[in-house]
Design a protein around this ligand. Structure first.
Ligand SMILES: Nc1ncnc2c1ncn2[C@@H]1O[C@H](COP(=O)(O)OP(=O)(O)OP(=O)(O)O)[C@@H](O)[C@H]1O
Ligand SMILES: [Mg+2]
Length: 263
């Protein structure tokens, strides 16, 4: 029997309308753009819409700590504080550099027995190494997904490797990054993976675009002295998606599109 395509709302009605209903359930979706482009806000739309529909969400914070994301989220009209208090509809894991120091390394069991696809062969076991860090993060995510019946994940941002110095060994970083994403994909939970880009550079450096099932680019342009925000979808597997570059704004209503009459 063929598996049916089920759509999961992005949390942004106009985008759902231009993508046959949103992301495909169980897929991994990349949102990429430079600092301030609206990536975290995009992720919040996705998680809060899920919570509204009683679909539990997991936010994996890798850079901005959960308390700051929650504080910033409270500025939006679609925010609901009850989603973040017990029993939480949105669970937040702190894997930021400062949060990481708070973890007891022993409390994050190293998933030796699991069939992780990240290949750390030849890399010596080291509590502070990137392969170990990614193994632990993935193991922890998979536990929470199972225990809390998580249906939506946001990883903000994916680029955990930026805190590690692997010199110019980009092949190694690429292998780890794509391996980590492949593991996340295998969880079959609809995921938004946020990736950072320098303004003007249009592609990710670590191969995540090839693993992802969709790619949404957010960017900012300066036009006649005014900053304008743009979004385009360069890839969405199995989807007749818009090929237009869409102008959007950010306000207390979050991301809204110019020319859109439905949100
Ligand atoms: N209430 C608001 N009204 C207007 N604009 C807002 C509002 N709240 C946030 N913004 C805009 O959103 C931007 C931040 O968006 P967001 O945090 O999603 O960016 P990001 O892409 O995640 O950036 P980073 O890579 O630095 O984490 C702010 O710089 C601001 O321009
Ligand atoms: Mg952000």
């Amino acid at each position: 029997m063929f598996e049916q395509i089920i759509r999961v709302s992005t949390g942004i009605p106009y985008l759902d309308a231009l993508t046959q209903g949103g992301f495909i359930k169980g897929t991994t979706n990349l949102v990429i753009g430079p600092a301030g482009a609206g990536k975290t806000i995009f992720g919040l739309h996705f998680l809060l819409e899920g919570a509204r529909k009683k679909e539990n969400g997991l936010l994996v914070a890798m850079q901005e700590p959960p308390w700051a994301i929650r504080r910033d989220a409270s500025n939006f009209s679609f925010f609901d504080p009850t989603y973040f208090v017990e029993p939480e509809k949105i669970i937040m894991l702190d894997f930021t550099p400062s949060g990481w120091e708070l973890w007891d390394p022993d409390s994050l069991t190293f998933a030796e027995e699991s069939d992780l696809m990240i290949d750390a062969e030849g890399v010596p076991y080291d509590e502070t190494s990137l392969p170990t860090f990614l193994h632990k993060i993935f193991y922890h995510i998979s536990q929470v997904v199972e225990q809390q019946k998580i249906e939506r994940i946001v990883i903000d941002p994916l680029a955990a490797f930026q805190f590690y110095d692997y010199g110019n060994d980009s092949g190694f970083l690429r292998k780890l990054t794509t391996g980590f994403l492949a593991n996340i994909s295998a969880l079959n939970v609809t995921t938004v993976a946020i990736s950072e880009l320098s303004s003007g550079i249009d592609h990710s450096l670590f191969g995540e675009e090839y693993i992802a099932d969709s790619i949404t680019h957010l960017d900012m342009l300066s036009v006649r002295g005014e900053m304008i925000r743009i979004l385009r979808i360069s890839k969405m597997r199995a989807t007749n998606h818009t090929t237009k570059t869409l102008r959007f704004e950010i306000s207390t209503n979050g991301i809204t599109f110019l020319n859109a009459d439905n949100d």
